[in-house]
Each structure stands twice: as structure tokens, then as C-alpha cells.
Write a protein of this length. Sequence first.
Length: 466
Amino acid sequence: MIRWTFQAEGGNPMKTSWIRGVSLSVVLLLLLGLSVAEAAPITLQIMANAVKGGKNTQDAEWIEKMIPEFEKDMKAEGQDVRVEFVASGINDEDYKARLALDIKGGGGPDVIAFDHFWVPEFAEANFLLPLDSYLKTWPDWNQYYDTMKAMGSYKGKTYLVMAGTDVRMIYYNKELFKKTGIPVPWQPKNWNELLQACRTIKQKLPGVTPIQLNAGVEMGEATSMQGFYMALYAAGGWIYNWDTGKWIVKSPALLDALNLYKTIYVDEKLGDAMLQVSPKAREKSFELFAAEKIAMYVEGTWMWSSVIAPNGAWAIPDRDTRIGWAAFPGSGKPGAPPIASVSGGTGWVVNPNTKHPDLAFKLLAKLNSAQARIDYWKMKPGIPARKDLADMPEVKADTFISETTKKLVPYTTYRPGQPAYPEVSYQVQLMTERVVTGQMTPEQALDAYAKAVTDLVGQANVEIQK
């Protein structure tokens, strides 16, 4: 109860009552203001390098569809959450730089679409929130391939949940194979069987290049990703040791991979060495494959969905019946995997500056739920990161995606996202070029590679495997 009989100094009870009345009003207004503030909705921001009607328009449209669904889910849990979509349509490297600046400055969106390749660099700078405490209790995490979990991890912590990926394989022309008597469907068990198929094509189909395994600087990152890494991983090796954090500059597998290039391009001329170093080599190789002048092409998923699609730039109208695919086989030596693939891909991360990490993860989980990923897949088909999606009716109807997902994703690997990687990759390309053009033997090229990479990263950051 408020009593009005107290007097201030000067003994004027009415004046005192008025003052205290004003004080009560202020207190009530303050309390009301606090109540309104407590009831105000929580705002989360989600960002992607996508803009409706522009770059990655399907991504933007899907995000705009997901936002009200998430807000409805949160309302059912008794929380008023509003999500704002921060659209962007800039160069990927500019997008990456913008994120780094925003996060470094203490800001940035709560949930971010992110390239898995950037994880190590951002994690080292503490620019990503570790998600392991949330993933332990998220039942959907069990649906992710171990390879996909690894792609979002760095130094024992998980920072990114993969949304989609790609894989690499051998595309082959069934009609050309049939002309040579090679049975289709075709799947070589090791490099000997792969090379034997190449030899048969060379012998029986003059004018047809048996295989395209990207090499040289002109092919750029396609040499590294679709070419050398496929051979290196198939030989049981890699260019980087995640356990030691060192670049592998010499190993038996590195030499085996270079010797495969030598066999194909120098010793037996099963590939076109000069094509690899000619201007616009990549475009020319696509044209030759579409024109049935190359029988086998080692490439990624996007070749099927874009390059040689019936409406692609190098269209093969009857692609589905004329072109087959096979997993790139392991070398056959002890320690080599049965098949090899290399992947890239994107996913979602949480900003360490978020004021609402629990809600941010709930939003991330919503974006990666099975239903959400299927809705996205319908708009933009691709290789899913989740095991269960490959057997869902929508994906299963696309035989190529369903089968390549199940067969290749469990075996795939990925590039090390270290700051020195672009320069190391260039040295990989140069190494293959030196071999396929006959400038150096595999041993000489590997020596030159080892010296160049050591000069780049320092002696303490390289290792030699016996």
C-alpha cells in the first residue's frame, strides 16, 4: 500500500504526494517497459551467398521457404523467434572476406552458409562455434556419412554440418566400349584392369583417345582435384597428414601416382599429353568427349549434371543411355583403398558471436533435417551428405545421384583447407605437367615438388613417408 501522509522537508503533504505519484508512474512505466522487452521476439540472422533472381537463386528461394517453418516450430515451443535472411550475390572469395571481417569485429549473422574448405582457416582464428555439444544429442547426426562428418571437422572439433557434396568418378562411352568388346556395365577392380581397357580401345579404335586424366597447369585445380588426387588417393596416399599437420612431400603413393601418369601419357600414349598443356585445354577435352574422341574421362558430378547434360554446353542428348560411370579403382597394392573419390561441398556453421547459440543450432538443425534437404534437392539436385536421403523416393528416382552417393561418398576424401593450399596445388599441377610432357621423370618431378613445397611452408611443416 502507498501512503501519502509522509511529508518532505518543508511540510507540504500535497506536494509530497504529487512527487511520489510521479515516482510511482515512472516505476510502473519502467516495469511495463521491462515486461515488453522481455516479451520482444528474438531475432536471428541467416546468411548465404545467394540472392533471389540472381546468384544461387534456388538457395535463396529455399531459405525464404524455410524461415516461416522454423518460426512456426519455435512458436510451438513457446518462443517468439524471428529470422532475417541476409542475401548476398558476390564473388565467393569476397563473401569469405566479408564474413571474416564481420566475425572479427564481433558481429556477423548467427547462421552462415559456408564452404567446408574454409573451416581450418576460420577455426584457427576462433571464427566458428564448435558444435560437438549439440551434435551429441542431435539424432540426425547419425545419418551423416563419416566422410561428411570429417569434412566439417578440424583438430578434433566439428564446426560445420555438410549440406551437399560432390564426388568424382570415371565417365565412359558405352557405345565405344561395345565396339571394342569391353562388357558394359564396366567397373575395373584395379589399375591393371583400367589400363587394359585403355589398351584395348587404343588398339581397336584408332583416332579415339582412351582416357582423359587431367594434368598440367592449364587445367588448373581440375588437375589437382579430378586428376592427381584421384590417382594419389587410389594409391593409398595423400598430400597432407591431418594427424601431424604436415604436408607430405615424398611417399611411395606420390611416386605411384606419377608413374600412372607416365604410363598413360608417356610410355603407352593412352592419353593426349599435348592436349593437357594447350590453351583452353579443359574446354577442348569436353568437346572431344562429347564428340566421342575420348572414351573415358575422370571428372566430377557436375560433368553429368551440367557439361554433358542434354541441355549442357557440350550436350549429349542421349546421355543416360550412351554414357556410363565407374568408380576410380584403387591401385591394387596393399594399403590402397578399393575405390577412390574426392569431394568438395558446402554446409552451415554458427557464428561464435551469436547471442543465442542454442537457437542458432536449432535453426541449423532445421536447415539440415531430412525434409528440408529433400525440399532443397527438389529445387537443386545434388549429392546428399545424409545416408538416408539416397534411398528416399525423390532421390532414388535419379539413378545416377542415388547410386553414386551410396557407392562413392563412403570412400571420398577432400582437400586440406590450409592457407598454403593454393600454392601447393599449383606445384601439384606443375609436377604432373613435367611428367606427362616428358620434361622430367616421376622421380625428378617429385624431387622438384618436395623442394618447392618445403620452400613454401618450411622444413618443420613437411614430412617424408617411407
